[in-house]
Design a protein around this ligand. Structure first.
Ligand SMILES: [Zn+2]
Length: 389
């Protein structure tokens, strides 16, 4: 049996089963066989310390419930053009599709592994990722197969945009997704997602795809209300989605539906930052009782970052969240957006995925934007990254 007894923790970030946050100071914990077995004040520690953090804060490993990591090339020219005044549109996705289709399996896998290493450096210990840059049977399936090599949380997003070869025949592409791609993708993916927005898929198309996903036993999530207000949130809730992602343009009705359903609104502020768009009003959502998660949305078009710390900084500075609400949204709520109860929280019986910060409290994350404060990363009680801070 492996046992680690960790003390000298200036602040331990805890969230209980009902979602209440508790900051335990002068804390300690014990990890046995990768699981937290004791958590409390250091003075009450029942065993000899094996590690002293010398007054550093400990938080759960981040849970990134929304990324797009399987792609080739980048879109830096599009970013430069956008910063010079060109508006962001969903259609830019096709340039990544062209590059991804042209890449070999080895190239795609190597690029994915590099991005996952970057996630880990940024403290993300659990992540979801998607297809969506293949947009035909062969390239969607190989993207999912590659995705599944490094995470259990794989999503088929064949309905990302209608590929250009089906531009004049959208219904044929929707049929391909429903009848061919979704049934075959079940081998690798447990989630289905649809980009339901202007320039992507309509409400009717989204409904048909989500219905097919339900029949095939998938869990569902949705990209909706990113580019404009519409019926996406309403449809997602009606169809039993676990999380509605983006939620940048919401009506009062949408907010009431999210509150009443408990469906998670996953906010992705780097997408707003990188497209120079208005940030969603997280304060209003939380005050209305909506469950809010935060995620990087790492993708080459609208949000090419793996920094959950930066996400938290934006959520606090631009979206009205407190530092503790933002950290809970990036850990505990991210796990809920993936229907995971084993990660995203420091608690007895949970997997010991945690981060040691080079700072005395979690609030230093948004207080010191752009500064890497993640000193050590642990997964299942094992040190997987030590930056020597
Ligand atoms: Zn996305």
């Amino acid at each position: 049996m492996s046992q680690h007894v960790v003390g000298g923790i200036s602040e331990l970030f805890l969230v209980n089963e009902s979602g209440d946050i508790d900051l335990l100071t002068d804390a300690a914990f014990i990890v046995e066989n990768g699981i937290f077995t004791w958590i409390g004040k250091e003075v009450e520690l029942p065993a000899e310390k094996t590690k002293d953090l010398q007054q550093k804060a400990v938080i759960p490993g981040f849970v990134d419930s929304h990324t797009h990591l399987i792609f080739a090339s980048d879109r830096v020219q599009e970013f430069e053009a956008r910063m010079a005044g060109t508006r962001y549109e969903a259609g830019g996705i096709m340039s990544t599709v062209t590059a991804t289709r042209a890449a070999s399996d080895e190239e795609l896998l190597a690029a994915y592994q590099k991005r996952v290493a970057e996630l880990l450096r940024n403290g993300i210990t659990t992540f979801e990722t998607k297809s969506g840059y293949g947009l035909n049977i062969q390239d969607e399936l190989r993207s999912l197969k590659i995705a599944a090599t490094l995470t259990d949380e794989v999503t088929v997003l064949a309905a990302h945009v209608v590929p250009s070869e089906y531009k004049e025949n959208r219904s044929e592409y929707v049929r391909l997704v429903i009848e061919e791609i979704l049934p075959k993708a079940r081998e690798y993916a447990r989630w289905v997602d649809v980009f339901c927005d202007e320039g992507a898929f309509t409400i009717e198309e989204t409904r048909d795809i989500l219905e097919a996903a339900t029949h095939l036993g998938y869990k569902k999530r949705l990209h909706a209300n990113q580019l404009k207000a519409g019926e996406g949130v309403k449809l997602g809730i009606e169809m039993g989605c676990i999380s509605i992602d983006h939620c940048s343009h919401l009506s009062d009705d949408d907010i009431s539906l999210l509150t009443d359903s408990g469906v998670i609104a996953t906010l992705l502020p780097i997408a707003e930052f990188s497209t120079r768009s208005a940030f969603p009003n997280a304060r209003q959502l939380i005050d209305s009782g909506v469950n809010v998660a935060l995620s990087t949305d790492c993708n080459p078009g609208s949000s090419y970052s793996t920094s959950m710390s930066l996400v938290i900084a934006f959520a606090v500075r631009e979206m009205g969240m407190t530092p503790r609400e933002a950290l809970k949204a990036a850990t505990f709520m991210g796990a809920r957006a993936l229907q995971r109860s084993d990660v995203g929280v420091i608690g007895i019986g949970k997997r010991a995925d945690f981060l040691v910060l080079d700072a005395p409290s979690h609030a230093h994350i948004p207080y010191r934007p752009g500064v890497d404060l993640i000193a050590e990363v642990f997964k299942a009680g094992q040190l997987v990254l030590d930056k020597g801070m």
